[in-house]
Every structure is written in structure tokens, then in C-alpha cells.
Ligand binder design. Structure first.
Ligand code: SF4
Length: 367
């Protein structure tokens, strides 16, 4: 991966700047907000309508409950229109049949589908069909009530960020706050979400009852800069994690937190790059918070590669099948992962570094 070779890893910022990034956080604002009539009939749809009109965003109320006319003349144009469109819709009946999502949680559910960021390895590529519009579900209260059907003894975890980055659209929807509040009274359950955004202020005052684990995705800053367009910077994410985890009495959210190291890539000097990430993290979390880690190496499928090359034709992301191993799932689908030697070396590195720098924080899984 030569494009990554030209920069040496270095301390991304002084601790002060890291914890208090100088520039205000950029919030995503769509160029158009669409409402289906049935979404606007929902009280939560109305709340979103009020939020986006207060922000003076251009709003259109559609004539039917279907999203149409979102394709441009080229796939590039379709991508551009879709990624700048927020559509408020009702989730279909299928949203009430949950799927398991090992190893990150027992069940997945969705507040929204689609994400305003532009990660060149995006996990959604190939999983969601049609233009990548950001669809928010106006029937969220019903989606949340439905979760109780899936509670199982002794404890159930629910993942909310498989198809979206819920924090990236929170300023427009308020849906993540509602979900955290819902979980605060749901016994023996945990909400889990992960984000590459950093605008955590609305979450800090919520009485969450420790039933939400807020995770932030981290990567080598070089990878974040090159491949994670539209997301918060590495220092902003560290600052967000710190705020989420600081006790309420110290002005933080008092949440259990997590770090999702993903997607891990063996770029040139990768050990130095990732050691730097963990050292900066250690400085940001110098108060022994309730912390877990998850580690996910980069992988792709034939379908995701095709979609990603359509969205990002000039990407520097390495998706060379010849240098990978093939992994098949039980339904015959295949994905390309790093070879066993590379995987073994990377896994050993992270297990060793995490145990040494964060001895009390478990690595929940490596994949
Ligand atoms: S933040 Fe996640 S969902 Fe959003 S573009 Fe990046 S990889 Fe895709």
C-alpha cells in the first residue's frame, strides 16, 4: 500500500489539543430533507420536521410513501445526490424481525439506514440496495418497543449501528438520545452503538443508567485522513470518548465506553501507527474508565468491492484479491481477509499492546 508509505507515524497532537480540538465540530447538513406522508403522521416524524425547519434546511413533503427520482445521470451523480439527502420514512414491517449480529451484540436494530460519511471501505457498500440516501425511521418508538420481544435471560445486547452512524445524524434527529433513554429503563439489556463522529454533547446529560455502551471507532490517523471522508478527526474522536466516559460530576456523560479498532490495515510501519493510536488513547483516558476493545481487520467481498470502486474510483484502498485469503460463510458467500500469517501477527500485536497499556480493559474479540 505505497500511498500510505510516505508519512511517518507521529504524535497526532499535543495532549491539550487532543482533548480540546481547536476548531468547532463540523455537523453534517443535508442539501434536502424529504418526508413521506406516513412519516410525517408519526409524532417523532413531526419532531424531526421541527428540528430541520429550525435549521432552515430545504424540506419537501413527498406525494407518496416511496422515495423516487434519486438517481442522477451517472452513478457518481446518484451518489452525490443520495449522500446529501436525508429522507424521513417509516421503517417497513421487516424492520421488526431482528437478526443476530455476533460477535458485536445479540441483536441488531436500526434507527436509520445510510450514513453521511464517505469511508472508502464503507461497511454498507453491498449490504444496502439502491442509492445511499440517509433514511431515518419515523416509527422509532414502535421499533424500540419491539425490542422487548427479543430480550432473553440473563442479559441481552442490542447493536444500533450496523446500517448507520447514529451519532452522525443525531443533531438532525435526536433519535440516539431517545434510544438511550429507552434503554435506561429496560432491565438486563445493553444498547451498543459505534461512531466515527464526535458531537457527543447532546448525550452527556442523559440519565442513561449505565445501560448504553458508547463506542468510538479509531484507526491510524493516516488511514482516517485518507479513507474516512466526512468523519471526525482522530483528535476529535479521542476528545469525544473522554467526554462520554468522564464522570457526570466532572462534566462528562459517565458512560461505559468502547473503542472499535477498525478496519485494521497492515500499512507500511503499521505497528508504529497503531502503537501511536493506543498511546494517544491512553493519554486521553487517564482516569480508568469502564472500557472495552473490539478489533476488526479489513475485509471485502466481491459485491462490496464493485460498489466501492463505483463510488470511489480513485481510491488508494488495497482490495487486491491476490494478496488475501478467502473466507466462506455457511451460505456460500465469500470475503477476502488478510492471510493467516498477517492475521496472526496483527492479532498478537494488538493483544500484547492492549494488555500492556490497558490491563483492565478486555478485548472482546478479534476478527
Ligand atoms: S462511518 Fe461507517 S457507515 Fe458511515 S461511511 Fe464510514 S464506514 Fe460507512
Amino acid at each position: 500500500m505505497d500511498l500510505f508509505a510516505e508519512m511517518e507515524p507521529k504524535a497526532e497532537a499535543s495532549t491539550n489539543r487532543m482533548l480540546n480540538p481547536a476548531t468547532p465540530l463540523k455537523l453534517w447538513l443535508p442539501k434536502q430533507v424529504l418526508f413521506t406522508p406516513e412519516a410525517l403522521d408519526e409524532p417523532y416524524g413531526q419532531e424531526i420536521y421541527e428540528r430541520v425547519t429550525r435549521l432552515n434546511l430545504p424540506v419537501t413533503i413527498l406525494k407518496s410513501n416511496r422515495l423516487t427520482n434519486l438517481r442522477g445521470a451517472t452513478s457518481r451523480e446518484t451518489y452525490k445526490v443520495a449522500k446529501t439527502t436525508l429522507a424521513v420514512v417509516k421503517a417497513p414491517p421487516s424492520a421488526f424481525n431482528l437478526s443476530p449480529i455476533p460477535p458485536s451484540a445479540d441483536w441488531q436494530f436500526h434507527l436509520a439506514q445510510g450514513c453521511p460519511a464517505h469511508c472508502q471501505y464503507c461497511y454498507l457498500a453491498g449490504s444496502l440496495s439502491g442509492p445511499p440516501v440517509i433514511r431515518v425511521f419515523a416509527n422509532l418508538p414502535q421499533i424500540l418497543e419491539n425490542l422487548t420481544r427479543y430480550q432473553q435471560a440473563p442479559f441481552t445486547t442490542f447493536e444500533a449501528s450496523c446500517y448507520t452512524d447514529p451519532l452522525g445524524i443525531e443533531h438532525l434527529t435526536g433519535g440516539l438520545s431517545k434510544t438511550i433513554q429507552f434503554f435506561s429503563t429496560l432491565p438486563a439489556s445493553q444498547l451498543r452503538f459505534v461512531s466515527k463522529f464526535a458531537a457527543v454533547e447532546p448525550l452527556l446529560s442523559i440519565d442513561h443508567n449505565n445501560r448504553t455502551r458508547c463506542r468510538i471507532s479509531l484507526n491510524a490517523p493516516l488511514i482516517t485522513q485518507r479513507l474516512e471522508g466526512g468523519t471526525a478527526s482522530f483528535p476529535e474522536r479521542l476528545s469525544a470518548l473522554r467526554k462520554l466516559a468522564l464522570p457526570k460530576a466532572a462534566g462528562g456523560g459517565g458512560y461505559p465506553i468502547g473503542v472499535v479498532l477498525a478496519p485494521i490495515m497492515p500499512i507500511e510501519n503499521w505497528k508504529d501507527h497503531y502503537r501511536n493510536v493506543l498511546q494517544q488513547l491512553k493519554k486521553a483516558l487517564n482516569f480508568n474508565p469502564d472500557l472495552t476493545f473490539e478489533a476488526i481487520s479489513h475485509r471485502f467481498t466481491p459485491g462490496s468491492k464493485e460498489v466501492l470502486l463505483d463510488w470511489y474510483p480513485n481510491t488508494s484502498l488495497d482490495m487486491d484479491e491476490a494478496s488475501r485469503s478467502v473466507k466462506r460463510n455457511k451460505f456460500g458467500g465469500l470475503k477476502y481477509v488478510y492471510t493467516p500469517d498477517v492475521m496472526k501477527e496483527m492479532r498478537a500485536f494488538f493483544e500484547r499492546e492492549l494488555a500492556s497499556l490497558f490491563p483492565g480493559a478486555p478485548l472482546l474479540y478479534w476478527t
